[in-house]
Design a protein around this ligand. Structure first.
Ligand SMILES: *[C@@H]1O[C@H](CO)[C@@H](O)[C@H](O)[C@H]1NC(C)=O
Ligand SMILES: *[C@@H]1O[C@H](CO)[C@@H](O)[C@H](O)[C@H]1NC(C)=O
Ligand SMILES: *[C@@H]1O[C@H](CO)[C@@H](O)[C@H](O)[C@H]1NC(C)=O
Ligand SMILES: *[C@@H]1O[C@H](CO)[C@@H](O)[C@H](O)[C@H]1NC(C)=O
Ligand SMILES: *[C@@H]1O[C@H](CO)[C@@H](O)[C@H](O)[C@H]1NC(C)=O
Length: 571
């Protein structure tokens, strides 16, 4: 979910891409957005490559529309068929989080999303209120340097014997800093209901009445909120149920406790996939999945006692217990992309070389003019502001948190990572919290298409089933893959149904399960060419959802998305 520290991390997951990320010129960012005037109409200006940007005015407080305004950074890949009979309007996209930046999503993936969904649509995204280039923005620090020196990216409870108490104590400081930066209760406005209302305004500003939307992870909570508030304003709604927040009731209770039910299954798919791949394809191979699991436990214990120093051409640091745990957890989101690299990193680490493992979450070494105000880009604070504002107040003490953490740990060994989400809200400023928190129900003007993965690390498919019940007629499409969000795995079948749904409104039959086109350890290089193997057409053509034509382009666009579209994690 949220792009906290994790956001930058997402973008750089896989050091293979750090060069690309660095090459990407975000310095033009300030120039682009500073120049745009905020307007209640969408006034598009060409920006980045092939994209258009606009600053869109909405009320900061929808209960007081004459009061202060907010400015939403909106971005689109325009339909090449605009002004023709084939034009079908905008599809809005939310990448998850909460706090994920739609601008960054589009800069990385706009052209591929257009290719996957078809030229008939404008592909539109935005930085949600409080986030990134939208203003006012949530920030708990005056400068980027201050933020980096209080980095909590690698908080892992069992790293030290006082881990829980330490993370809690740091959350008290973050809460106090948030309170000091909460002038006029500004954070209260950074809630999901208001963002749903912003989306309706964006749709209307395109001259349309009803929404077409594809939401990932937390984006399903946003989409379900929209559908509950405006059930008669739905043309198409695809809710890609990844990332634990899909159980919206649990999310709005700030519990985050239904997310890890399938997480260990995803890690198991690493052990199984590595074993099936064999020693040639998986350098961390052992004679059974069980033996691979044991080897990882032993390695983790060794690293707990003996961190490994690393220096690369971009940065330096330690591979210690925290970094190892967080790195493995992050790879669970995108097994097809990240497991081969993880296997290499672990195998090298066995021999005392931490470089590859370290590079998976590498960020360039931090540098800035001391005292400069934080630049207008995505920072972790936005996501935390949204989730703590949306969620019920948390005032747990360390003693009260102990059984909560133990409960998470009963579901999964990853409880020690996940717990910091709720803990992070434990000193959040007091709020009225009058925003919509459910129930999630509605007779929508077009049925919702839900998508769930069979082994999603943080959004067990049970959550999608539960949510779908509130919206009669909606259909749950299952993708038979590990990973977070359908996009994390290569399935031409799934994307065929998504395309058919957006183009024609058609839904799959209840109970359809989409296969993927390659195993996790396929030996294909992890690049665009990686999925163009002979297996490409093999799996059940009957599930193809009607998109066999132009398969190659589509498969390539999907591979690009898999590499570059990182659903942000919420911590
Ligand atoms: C939003 O406006 C309403 C109506 O004026 C007001 O009661 C409420 O306190 C405002 N919310 C915030 C967070 O300022
Ligand atoms: C990890 O920390 C939690 C919270 O303090 C504790 O309940 C649990 O026993 C610890 N686990 C291990 C293996 O130390
Ligand atoms: C560690 O591995 C990296 C990546 O394979 C390699 O470039 C580097 O030379 C290795 N370092 C040592 C000390 O062997
Ligand atoms: C949806 O429609 C059904 C059948 O008319 C009705 O029973 C149900 O209460 C409606 N649900 C909502 C949330 O309006
Ligand atoms: C939409 O329906 C038409 C007519 O049935 C069909 O030819 C086309 O392939 C469908 N489009 C998609 C993307 O499924």
């Amino acid at each position: 979910m949220m792009p906290s520290k994790a956001f930058i991390r997402l973008v750089s997951l896989g050091a293979i891409f750090l060069d690309n990320v660095l090459a990407q010129d975000t310095s033009q960012d300030g120039l682009i957005w500073d120049k745009l005037e905020t307007s209640p109409e969408l006034k598009w200006t060409d920006c980045y490559t092939q994209l258009q940007c606009a600053r869109f005015q909405v009320p900061l407080n929808y209960s007081n529309p004459e009061g202060d305004a907010a400015s939403i950074a909106v971005i689109r890949f325009p339909s090449p068929l605009a002004n023709t009979a084939d034009y079908k309007g905008p599809i809005l996209i939310n990448p998850g989080g909460p706090g994920g930046s739609g601008v960054e999503l589009m800069v990385q993936n706009g052209a591929e999303l257009s290719q996957v969904l078809g030229p008939n649509f404008d592909i539109v995204s935005f930085d949600p209120r409080g986030v990134g280039r939208s203003t006012p923005r949530a920030s708990f620090f005056d400068t980027e340097a201050q933020r980096r020196f209080f980095d909590t990216s690698f908080d892992v409870i069992n790293a030290t014997s006082d881990g829980l108490a330490r993370i809690w104590a740091r959350a008290q400081i973050t809460g106090a800093l948030a309170t000091q930066h909460n002038q006029k209760n500004i954070f209260e406005h950074f809630n999901t209901e208001s963002t749903a209302r912003d989306m309706l305004r964006i749709v209307e500003a395109h001259g349309r009445k009803n929404i077409q939307y594809w939401g990932f992870s937390y984006g399903t909570v946003l989409g379900a909120t929209f559908a509950s508030l405006f059930p008669d304003r739905i043309d198409r709604l695809v809710l890609d149920a990844c990332q634990g927040v899909v159980d919206a009731e649990n999310y709005f209770a700030t519990l985050w406790s239904n997310n890890l039910l399938d997480t260990d299954k995803t890690l198991q798919s690493f052990f199984d996939g590595c074993f099936e791949g064999g020693p040639d394809l998986c350098p961390f191979y052992e004679s059974s999945p069980q033996a691979i699991s044991q080897k990882l436990d032993d390695l983790t214990h060794t690293i707990f006692l003996r961190p490994v120093p690393v220096q690369t051409k971009f940065s330096y640091g330690l591979v210690d217990y925290e970094r190892l745990r967080i790195t493995i957890f992050q790879t669970l989101y995108s097994p097809y992309e990240a497991f081969p690299r993880l296997a290499q990193g672990l195998a090298d680490l066995m021999h005392g070389n931490g470089t590859v493992l370290y590079q998976i979450l590498e960020q360039p070494v931090f540098d800035c003019a001391c005292g400069a105000p934080a630049p207008l880009m995505s920072i972790p604070d936005g996501g935390r502001a949204i989730m703590c504002t949306d969620g019920a107040e948390v005032r747990d003490t360390v003693d009260e948190l102990e059984p909560y953490v133990q409960g998470l740990l009963r579901d999964s060994q990853w409880g020690e990572v996940w717990a910091s989400i709720r803990i992070g809200c434990s000193a959040w400023p007091k709020q009225e919290k009058r925003h919509f928190k459910g129930p999630f129900l509605g007779n929508t003007s077009h049925p919702i298409l839900w998508i769930g993965n069979t082994a999603d690390p943080v959004t067990p498919i049970a959550g999608a089933r539960k949510m779908a019940k509130g919206f009669p007629g909606s259909v749950l499409l299952t993708q038979d893959s590990p990973g977070h969000c359908s996009i994390a795995a290569p399935s031409v079948c799934t994307i065929g149904f998504v395309r058919g749904y957006f183009m024609n409104g058609t839904l799959p039959d209840e109970g359809v399960v989409c296969p993927v086109i390659q195993p996790i350890f396929s030996g294909q290089p992890v690049d665009i060419g990686g999925v163009l193997g002979p297996q490409k057409r093999s799996p059940s053509a009957s599930f193809s959802g009607g998109t066999e034509e132009k398969d190659e382009d589509l498969v390539q666009a999907l591979a690009h998305l898999r590499q570059n579209f990182r659903v942000p994690t919420p911590f």
